[in-house]
Write a protein that binds this ligand. Sequence first.
Ligand code: FES
Ligand SMILES: [Fe+2]
Length: 365
Amino acid sequence: MKVNPDKNSGVASLSPFPEGWYFIASRKAIEKEGLARKTWLGERIVVWSDGDGKVCVAEAVCPHLGSDLAPEAGGRVRNGCLVCPFHGFEYDITGQCVATPYAPAPRSARLNVFETREVEGLVFAWRGSGGRPPQWDIPAPPSGTDWSEMEFWSVRFPGHPQETTENSVDLGHLRYVHGYDSVKGVGSISVDGAWLKSCFDFRRTQTVAGIKIFTYDVSAVTHVHGLGYSFVEVREHAIGMDTRLWVLATPIDGELVEMTLVSQVRQLRRPKRPIIGMRFLPPRLRTRIMNKIIMAAQKHDVLQDVVIWGRKQYRPRPMLCRSDGEIGKYRRYCEQFYPDGQLCDARAADRLSAGTERQPDPRTR
Ligand code: FES
Ligand SMILES: [Fe+2]
C-alpha cells in the first residue's frame, strides 16, 4: 500500500538514515521469492537465502564489472549461490566469489554484504554510520509457543523513522488522533543504550453505528531498539488477551518510509468475557480471527498517523506542554543514532518546555 500525501519538506532537517537495524522481509517471504531486489536506506540491495537457514543481504552490484545482480537484470540463485547475469561469477551466502565459468574465482571478488539478524522469522540488516559494525543487538522477545501465525501489513509514505517512533512516547496524540480514553503513562520511559522502554495504559471503546459494543482496557509496553525496530507487548484486561506487535519503520530513499506491522495473538482458550459472535469457535480459529481484528485496528490507527506524518515538519525545538510525554528524553535517546554529528537538537525541547529558550543550534537549521 502506498500513501502519497503532499510532499513532506520537514524531514530534510534530520539525517535520512539513522544508524540501526532495519527490516528486510520475513524469512518465509525471502525463501518464497528466491532472489529479491529492494531499495533500502538509499541502497540497491539483493536478498536471497541458501535454503539452509542462511540469508544474504548485499549491495546489488557485481564487484567484477558492475552488473546489476537483480532478478530483473537476470541475476539468479543456483545451489544457494547468487549468479551474476553478465559473466556468470557465483557468490556464496557470505558474499565471497566461489566460482566463475572460465577461470579460478578471484579471491578479492566479494559482494558488499550487510550484517543480518533474525528475530522470530523476521530478518533485519544493519546499517552503520560510515560503515561501522553493529553497535547493539536486537534481543529475542520472551519465548512462548502459544502465539498465532503472524499477520503482516505495510504502508509507504513520506516520513522519517525518528518521527514515526516518536509517537510511542507522544501520549497526547493517543487521545487526540486515535480517540483513546484514560491514557496514562506508567512510570517514566527508561533508556539503556539503544533500548528505550515506554509503558502506558489506556481504554478504547469500539462502536458500531455509533453504539458502544465493547470497551478494551489495555496496558502496552513498547521496546524500541533503534529507530527501525519497535516491539510492543499488549495486554487487554477485559478479555484477558495478549497481543504482540512489531512496528518496523524502514527508510527507502531518503523521502519515503515503509512501515511494516506484524501482529500475533496468544491462543485464546478461556477468554474472561465471551467475545461477541465467537463464543463457539474453536480456540485456534478464534485466535486467528482476533489477530485479523487487531491488525485491522492497528492499520486504522497507523493510517490516521500517516495523514500527520506525511505532511508534518520536523521541529527540532518543539513547543511542548506538560502532558505531552517525555519527548525531550526521547530526542536525547535518538542522538546516538547519528554518530556522524548530524544530530537533532534534543536539548532544545527540554529548554523550551522549561521556558529557557536559547539561540537555535545552527546545525539543525
Ligand atoms: S559483472 Fe558480474 S560477472 Fe562480470
Ligand atoms: Fe499513533
